[in-house]
Design a protein around this ligand. Structure first.
Ligand code: NAD
Ligand code: MG
Length: 401
């Protein structure tokens, strides 16, 4: 079959998801064309990307970095134009030439451009889960209003998407779990590196230990989130919005092998799952080619070498962040935005070795207590809540030192 080339913007191209996306794209030059890429740091890598994929635009956050890249591009006779700042991120996410946007910036910083892509009716490949935690209602409203196609890249949500009936996954808000015969979503979690570590040693966890995930290789922030199970908490909220899922019908199942990437349980007793090697190129390739299937460079699953699959319930005492996330989405309003911002600061402080691992949930809980009652009326109010939470979390973290 002949394809018109899909024109793609990659927000966060230098990160773990961004690099995996470029890896899949490089396998299919006849199908995909890179229109624009962004990166906050790793300028060398941006220049390499420019040389390999010849994007029209490169976006960075600071003018000084832009100047450095322009000089290197000039030396190599590369023609990419270098733009700077949040407005430029929005411009490359919404340009009329663009078909699909890979939203792979980490954290709430990725929200404005991701939301703009949805408002512009793009095909949105959503890796940036924080957008849904911070602005779930606004984002889903934008998707519905513009007719944007939303494809979840987070492996669990991609698995659920693949396991849902086609009519439900395409328009979850035109239907309900009950009318689609869905009992619940079973969101699998590896349990992270500290699932079996002696409880009384959790306070001494170092950043190096926390970013060493047993099954997945990922950016630093999401690796710490995986270790605290906040990642699963953020994913519960992500599933709530993506799939119009009642919160009591999203269940977390700890599954240490990370082979089943999540499941949908139906009324008739069927459970449909998606399995695979833990490699993000699978969901990325699925999102890029949907509804077709393309080669992704992923090692085929070898069930004989895996031999067994284990399951257990999450330990909420050991991992209070998961309970905090459930409680924040139940409370609604500002609570998920507060949860997200407080977590970003707490993780940042932990990575700087200025906060203990076990103090991460303490900072988040205190922020929720003080700020979750705030009114959310519009995007501006959400951004204010996000900013105020960051200030408070910084203060609390400094006091805890
Ligand atoms: P990463 O840290 O490896 O990469 C983050 C990217 O965002 C980089 O390109 C970085 O330059 C850019 N960035 C960082 N701060 C920025 C800012 N303030 N403004 C603009 N750009 C900024 O992260 P990652 O692991 O690739 O994760 C990206 C997103 O995908 C996260 O939301 C994460 O939760 C989600 N995700 C990642 C994985 C994974 O396997 N890595 C899996 C599921 C979901
Ligand atoms: Mg995930």
């Amino acid at each position: 079959m002949q394809h018109a080339k899909q024109v793609i913007t990659i927000l966060g191209a230098t990160g773990s998801i961004g690099q995996s996306t470029l890896d899949v794209i490089a396998r299919h030059p006849e199908r995909y064309e890179v229109f624009a890429v962004s990166g906050a740091t790793q300028l060398e890598r941006l220049v390499q990307i420019a040389a390999q994929f010849l994007p029209r635009y490169i976006v960075v956050l600071e003018e000084a970095n832009a100047a450095l890249i322009r000089a290197q591009l000039k030396d190599r006779a590369l023609k990419s134009e270098v733009l700077v700042g949040q407005d430029a991120l929005i411009a490359i996410a919404t340009a009329p030439e663009v078909d699909a946007v890979m939203a792979a910036i980490v954290g709430a910083a990725g929200m404005p451009a991701t939301l703009a892509a949805a408002q512009a009716g793009k095909k949105v490949l959503l890796a940036n889960k924080e957008t849904l935690v911070l602005a779930g209602q606004l984002f889903m409203d934008a998707v519905k209003a513009s007719g944007a196609q939303l494809l979840p890249i987070d492996s669990e949500h991609n698995a659920i998407f693949q396991s849902l009936p086609a009519i439900y996954r395409e328009q979850p808000y035109a239907s309900s779990f009950d009318s689609a015969g869905i009992e619940k979503l079973l969101l699998t979690a590896s349990g992270g590196p500290f699932r079996t570590r002696p409880f009384d040693t959790l306070a001494s966890i170092t950043p190096a230990e926390a970013i060493k995930h047993p099954n997945w290789s990922m950016g630093r922030k999401i690796s710490v989130d995986s270790a605290s199970l906040m990642n699963k908490g953020l994913e519960v909220i992500e599933a709530f919005w993506l799939f119009n899922a009642p919160i009591d019908r999203i269940e977390v199942v700890v599954h240490p092998q990370s082979v089943i990437h999540s499941m949908v349980q139906y009324r008739d007793g069927s459970v449909i799952a998606q399995l695979g090697s833990p490699d993000m190129r699978t969901p990325i390739a699925y999102g890029l080619a949907y509804p077709e299937r393309i080669e992704a460079g992923v090692k085929p699953l070898d069930l004989f070498s895996i031999a067994r699959l284990d399951f257990e319930a999450p330990d909420l005492q050991r991992f209070p962040c998961l309970a905090l996330a459930y409680s924040a989405i139940r409370q609604g309003g500002a609570a998920p935005a507060v949860l997200n911002a407080a977590n970003e600061i707490a993780v940042d402080r932990f990575l700087a070795a200025e906060l203990k691992f076990t103090q991460i949930p303490q900072v988040i809980e205190a922020c929720l207590g003080q700020l979750a009652h705030r009114q959310v009326t519009c995007l501006q109010s959400l951004l204010e809540i996000d900013a105020d939470t960051r200030l408070l979390a910084q203060q609390l973290a400094a006091e805890l030192r």
